[in-house]
Design a protein around this ligand. Structure first.
Ligand SMILES: Cc1ncc(COP(=O)(O)O)c(C=O)c1O
Length: 401
């Protein structure tokens, strides 16, 4: 409402939009809608939320508590605690054989989420195009739009194991293409790209001068094969940003710690934004992350072995009730086809929740190519997985074509 000379407000037309117009380009999250519905229901088994059901290992919690007791409650360096950056540098070298200088090539972020936002804002000019696989993690397109970029979605499907085929990428490269987002192991499909497939993408990136933003938040959660860290491929480090985090492998979603590793020029640009918008990631969270790297390898291995057991039960269970499910090789999601029912993904998820009180996420929440699928997160107890499969079996029996 505008005000007159005496300061009284007068009713009238708003002269401008209160909310920035670019937000109208971003749809609300397709996952949120389900969780709003779910929160008003009792007795629901949730295969919906993508987070570990483990509590953060105690040695990690204790390190954070101890740091508070010692009075370590101030800001850290903008770039993150030097000890944590050094430890991360050692960790990445040991796991993947790729070396990052902790002084100039690593930035500690508020989760991979902030790293993704910073990387895109650091490399994009308005109108630059970003190649993104479809379906993919819900944030990739919206964060690209917020950074002024234009998402170019490349369809993937169960036929190619939901991996990103280099020829499809090549066909969509234009003079405006600036970056490619890779997210493998993938949310929502569990797909893992092979070394050869990533190398083919790398050749395209090099030829066309593109930056590859590699979201490797699920890097430790790979079951049968091995994870290829994109920047560890020969000649890839120079044109890529590795986004890593603690949320999934160490069951630390609430601590909000991640990191970006990449060429000094890009890390400096990301730090420039981070120092004004975030200052630094939480000090206690960074202390916890340091302990995670130093003393939690056994916990990670045990959690991964446990997810693997649940994965087998989930995939076998889904196939046994008539929902075809390709083998998810990483992360903690199964992405079965629901075509046997003739329902759309949204209908399936909504009706399943209402009729059988099982929450799953419709594949379309992750892009148009997710139609015909649902995402089932198996980071939940085996008893719950068994019960969810029993209920879903009843539901599929009723709705089969
Ligand atoms: C593929 C992917 N990237 C990033 C994130 C966010 O990670 P963080 O908790 O480190 O911000 C998620 C969370 O579900 C994810 O699935």
């Amino acid at each position: 409402m505008a005000s007159n000379k005496t300061g009284q407000s007068r009713p009238g037309k708003l002269e401008r939009n209160i909310v920035a117009q670019k937000l109208s380009l971003i749809p609300p999250s397709g996952i949120r809608k389900f969780f709003d519905l779910l929160s008003s229901m009792e007795g629901v088994i949730s295969l919906g939320v993508g987070e570990p059901d483990f509590i953060t290992p105690w040695n990690i919690c204790e390190a954070a508590i101890y740091s508070i007791e010692k009075g370590q409650t101030m800001y850290t360096s903008n770039q993150g605690m030097p000890e944590l950056r050094q430890e991360l540098s050692r960790h990445l070298e040991k796991l993947y054989g790729v070396h990052y200088n902790p002084a100039t090539e690593i930035l500690i972020t508020v989760g991979v989420s902030e790293g993704l936002d910073l990387a895109l804002r650091a490399v994009l000019d308005p109108g630059d195009e970003v190649i993104i696989p479809d379906p993919c993690y819900v944030a990739y397109s919206p964060v690209t739009v917020l950074a002024g970029g234009v998402p170019v979605l490349i369809p993937t499907s169960v036929e190619n194991g939901f991996r990103l085929p280099a020829p499809s990428v090549k066909a969509r490269i234009t003079p405006k293409t600036k970056a490619i987002i890779l997210g493998y192991p993938a949310n929502p499909t569990g797909a893992v790209m092979s070394r050869k497939e990533l190398s083919d993408i790398k050749e395209l990136a090099r030829l066309n001068n593109l930056t590859v933003i590699s979201d490797e938040v699920y890097a430790r959660l790979v079951y049968d094969g091995t994870h290829t860290c994109y920047p560890s491929l020969p000649g890839a480090k120079e044109h890529s940003v590795l986004l890593g985090g603690f949320s999934k492998a160490y069951a630390m979603t609430g601590w909000r710690i991640g990191y970006a590793a990449g060429p000094a020029e890009i890390i400096a640009a990301m730090t420039k934004i981070h120092q004004y918008t975030m200052l630094c990631a939480s000090t206690m969270g960074q202390q916890a992350a340091l302990e995670a790297l130093k003393g939690s390898e056994r916990d990670v291995k045990e959690m991964v072995a446990d997810y693997n057991r649940r994965r087998r039960v989930m995939v076998k269970g889904l196939c046994s009730i008539g929902l075809d499910c390709h083998e998810p090789e990483g992360a903690f999601y199964a992405f079965p086809s629901i075509k046997a029912t003739g329902l759309s993904s949204e209908e399936f998820a909504e009706e399943l929740l209402k009729e059988e009180k099982v929450a799953v996420v419709p594949g379309t929440a992750f892009g148009a190519c997710g139609e015909g699928h649902i995402r089932c997160c198996y980071a939940t107890s085996l008893e719950e997985i068994h019960e969810a499969i029993r209920r879903m079996g009843r539901f599929v029996g009723k709705h089969s074509k």
